[in-house]
Ligand binder design. Structure first.
Ligand code: IMP
Length: 424
C-alpha cells in the first residue's frame, strides 16, 4: 500500500467487491468516491453473503474506517436500510463517515430517472432507476441538495420546497407525470436526516490525515471504466467518474497521494443496460457463461449480456486509469472450454483494423471484433489454493492476457470467496 485505488475496467460487475474486501482487510481506511446505490458489491465473508450498495466493503472489519466522499450521491432511505441491515447482522457501523458535501438523491430524482428513460423510447440507457443521473444533473446545475443541507433542517426545508416545486412542474408539464407530495417528502427526509447526522464528517480532511499518518488507504471504485461519463461509451454511461482520477475528486485528495491503481476485470466481458458490445455472444456459449458465472445484476437482478474477453477495452483502461496491475476474476467459469477467443483489435466496415478503443459509439457499433484463438484449460480451478496449482494451460492463458493488455496480472480469481483469489 499505503494508498491504492481499485477500479473496474470493463462495464462494472467485474467482481471488485471481492478484491476490495481482500485489500480492505489490510487497510486502515476504505473510501468510496463516486456513484451511489446504482452499484452493487457482493462480498462473501465467513460463509455469509453481503450485498452492499453504498457502504464501503471495509465495514465488515471492525477496525477499518469507512468513508463516503463528496463525489458520492446518497439515497438516505437506502443507506439507512443498508446500515440497519448490517447492524442487525452484528456489523458495527460507527466507523462509517459521510462527507457533508455529498449530494442527496431525492424522490424526484428517481421519478425523473424513470420518466426520462421512458421518453427515450427505444433508445433507453437502461439505467438502474435509482435517480443517479438526475441527482448529478442538479449537482452540475448547482441546484442540488447536499448532506449538509439535509441535516440542517431549516436550510433543507427551504431548499427542498423550492426544488420540489420546480421538479413537480417538470414532472407534470414536461413529462405528463403525476406530481409528488413535496410536504410529505420533506417530513420523511427530516426523519432520515436525524438518523444520518451522526455519520457526517469531512472526508477530505479524514483521508488527508490518514495519508499524513502513513495509514493504509483503499479507494474502492464503483461501476467501471466504460461507464465513465467522459471516457466511457457515452451516452450509455453512468453520470459519474468511475476512473481512478474520479477517486481523487470524489474524496477530496490530490493524485500525488496515490501509490497503486489496480484494475479489476473478468476473464470474459459482461454488460447490463443498453449500448454497443462488440464481443457479445448471442449463442449457447453466451448462455453457458451467464449461467455458470451467475451473471445476474446485484442491484436490479437483470441478466447480464456476456461476451469474450476484449483486450482493446483493457488497453483503453490501462491508459485511462494509469493501471499498475490487474486483478482478473472468474477464470473458473471458463474451465472446460476447448478454445478461448480474445478480441485484440476491431475491424471497420471498410476493412481497416484499429487497435485503440473508438471515441464514439457510432464507430463502436459499426466495428466487428478481430479475434485470436487461444487453447482453453480444464479442471476444477476453484480448488486451487496457489497460483502454482493452476493448470499450465491456464497460466499460459494468463501470460497471453498480460501481453495483449500491456499490464501485469497480480491476482487471479477462481471463485467468489476471498480465499479463491490467487496472488502472484
Ligand atoms: P445509472 O448509473 O443508473 O444512471 O445507469 C447508467 C448505466 O450504468 C446503465 O447502463 C446501468 O446499467 C449502468 N450501471 C450503473 N451502475 C452499475 C454497476 O454498478 N454495475 C454495472 N452497470 C452499472
Amino acid at each position: 500500500m499505503p494508498a491504492k485505488i481499485v477500479v473496474g475496467v470493463q462495464w462494472g460487475d467485474e467482481g471488485k467487491g471481492k478484491i476490495i474486501d481482500i485489500l480492505a482487510s489490510r487497510a486502515d481506511v476504505v473510501v468510496r468516491s463516486q456513484g451511489g446505490n446504482n452499484a452493487g458489491h457482493t462480498v462473501e465473508s465467513n460463509g455469509e453473503t453481503y450485498k452492499l450498495h453504498l457502504v464501503p466493503s471495509g465495514i465488515l472489519y471492525p477496525n477499518t474506517t469507512c468513508l463516503i466522499g463528496c463525489g458520492v450521491v446518497i439515497d438516505p432511505q437506502d443507506i439507512l436500510r443498508e446500515i440497519d441491515g448490517l447492524i442487525q447482522r452484528g456489523i458495527d457501523c460507527n466507523n462509517l463517515k459521510i462527507d457533508p458535501r455529498a449530494h442527496v438523491i431525492m424522490p424526484w430524482h428517481r421519478k425523473l430517472d424513470g420518466l426520462s428513460e421512458a421518453a427515450l423510447g427505444g433508445k433507453q440507457i437502461g439505467t438502474t432507476g435509482r435517480g443517479i443521473g438526475p441527482c448529478y444533473m442538479d449537482k452540475a446545475e448547482r441546484s442540488g441538495i447536499r448532506m449538509y443541507d439535509l441535516v440542517h433542517e431549516s436550510i433543507f426545508r427551504e431548499k427542498a420546497a423550492a426544488v420540489g416545486a420546480l421538479k413537480n412542474k417538470i414532472i407534470t408539464q414536461i413529462y405528463g407525470g403525476e406530481a409528488l407530495d413535496v410536504d410529505t417528502i420533506i417530513e420523511e427526509y427530516v426523519g432520515y436526516a436525524k438518523r444520518l447526522a451522526p455519520y457526517l464528517a469531512d472526508v477530505s480532511v479524514l483521508t488527508y490525515e490518514a495519508v499524513k499518518q502513513d495509514k493504509e488507504i483503499l479507494f474502492e471504485g464503483a461501476q467501471g471504466t466504460l461507464l465513465d461519463l467522459d471516457v466511457g461509451t457515452y451516452p450509455y454511461v453512468t453520470s459519474s467518474h468511475p476512473l481512478s482520477a474520479g477517486c481523487c475528486i470524489g474524496s477530496g485528495v490530490g493524485p500525488t497521494v496515490i501509490d497503486e491503481v489496480i484494475g479489476v476485470a473478468k476473464a470474459y466481458t459482461t454488460r447490463v443496460g443498453a449500448g454497443p458490445f462488440p464481443t457479445e455472444l448471442f449463442d449457447e456459449m453466451g448462455d453457458m457463461i451467464r449461467n455458470r458465472g451467475n451473471e445476474f445484476g446485484t442491484t436490479t437482478g437483470r441478466p447480464r449480456r456476456t461476451g469474450w474477453f476484449d483486450a482493446v477495452i483493457l488497453r483503453h483502461a490501462v491508459r485511462a486509469n494509469g493501471l499498475t496491475a490487474l486483478a482478473i476474476n472468474k477464470f473458473d467459469t471458463l474451465s472446460g472450454i476447448e478454445t478461448l477467443k480474445v478480441c485484440v483489435a476491431y475491424k471497420k466496415p471498410d476493412g481497416t483494423i484499429f487497435t485503440e478503443y473508438p471515441c464514439d459509439i457510432q464507430e463502436l457499433e459499426d466495428c466487428t471484433p478481430v479475434y485470436e484463438e487461444v487453447p482453453g484449460f480444464s479442471g476444477d480451478l476453484s480448488k486451487c489454493k496457489t497460483y502454482d496449482e493452476l493448470p499450465q494451460e491456464c497460466k499460459d492463458y494468463i501470460a497471453y492476457l498480460e501481453k495483449v493488455c500491456g499490464c501485469p496480472i497480480k491476482m487471479v480469481g477462481v471463485g467468489p470467496s476471498r480465499d479463491q483469489n490467487l496472488e502472484r
